[in-house]
Design a protein around this ligand. Sequence first.
Ligand code: CAO
Length: 448
Amino acid sequence: MSGITEVKVPDIGDFKDVDVIEILVKPGDTVVKEASLITLESDKATMEIPSPAAGVVKELRVKLGDKVAEGSMILLLEASESEAPAARPPESAELFAPSAPAPKPAAAPATEPAAVPILIPRPAPVPPAPVADVPVFKPHASPSVRKFARELGADLSKVRGSGPKGRITQEDVQAFVKGIITQTPAPAAAAAAAGGVPFNLPEWPQVDFAKFGPVESKPLSRIKKLSGANLHRNWISIPHVTQFDEADITELEAFRKESGAASEKQGFKLTMLAFMIKACITALRQYPEFNASLDRGGENLVLKRYFHIGVAVDTPDGLVVPVIRDADRKGVYDLARELAEMSKLARDKKLKPGDMQGGTFSISSLGGIGGTAFTPIINAPEVAILGVSRSAMRPVWVGGKDEAGQFVPRLMLPLSLSYDHRVIDGAAAARFTSYLASVLSDIRRSLL
Ligand code: CAO
């Protein structure tokens, strides 16, 4: 007998407002009994909801991002002739609960249970952990990803998840397997592939913060999630070193102030950053390996004959890095105007993906905010990034090493250059920042 069945979220314990994070079928799809239909995610775990019967999906009643609870409608299913819908909903109470597993036969098979939603990271019924706040970690992956890993023989406990809440995605499994079989790993995976396993780190502490005091959960912005994943990849796969230096910008600041009136009239500020870009290009021409990228095999340096400078912009939703193209062909006023336009576009969320691509070197300036130094993370596939902190008047010894010298007040600008040590040696980095400081001290050098 065939007929339309309303497929609803089964008993998922006390959980309400659980996010729908994946929709695994679409109208017209033929599904077998127990095929996964959607994935739900609470703040503790993910689970897939299986089809109670074989049939054809007629209509979806949920969309990504919906919040559901027990009884919420998922879809309409036209059951196959041969198969009637399951007579009762799956027994799935406490599926999201981190402890107190529902009673199950003692010798449950190791394979995933059929016909019930599957709790992914739930601790197995093992003896109590020695520390109550650190439950046993299980790889956090959907059944389809587990199946994929099984087919490839990948040990999920060694795969690091890049998905929400550390969930392991199919791409993570692929990258893991690729890391093992590739003799010469790509630069981004080089560190991760060392020793054939990405990392041998202790499990991430899973703490129920609410046990210690009131908490509030705030979702990360889309920009934070995207930039966070990239920053993490860059941080773990590039051997960073940061070279600190300072530039005497006393004269440059006086020149900037003198020249600022013209730009103010046109509605933009002539900030120090525009001069920084100009000075960086002079230094990049002198030291071309800073305006370069490693090729995929990590064996050749690709030196770029163009100068597209990325500038980190702080927005309410997170950090973005628009790129000023062909900055070497632009004057300081043009750079200042473009900087102002770019940062406005960034803060108004109007940058296009192309505006953030193709950079050859980046500058991250916290000078307008404060601080004396920081260690910026390289924006891969670039090999260096300059951090700029707040300039300050300092006593500087001028006039030689003997008593003829004296302390004079000078405006000093702190520089923090992070570089990829696979490409750049420490001596080269020290030469780069010294040269950059000399250009900033006497901007006429950028004309030479
Ligand atoms: N030292 C002292 N003062 C500085 C300075 C410095 N190095 N750099 C800028 N300032 C001053 C400016 O002159 C300006 O002063 P007035 O208001 O008196 O004119 C003020 O600080 C604000 O400058 P600004 O931030 O508007 O302009 P900017 O050109 O220096 O920077 C931008 C533009 C978009 C880079 C900046 O606004 C920004 O978003 N910075 C944050 C970047 C960031 O988050 N980086 C961290 C990334 S982690 O790697």
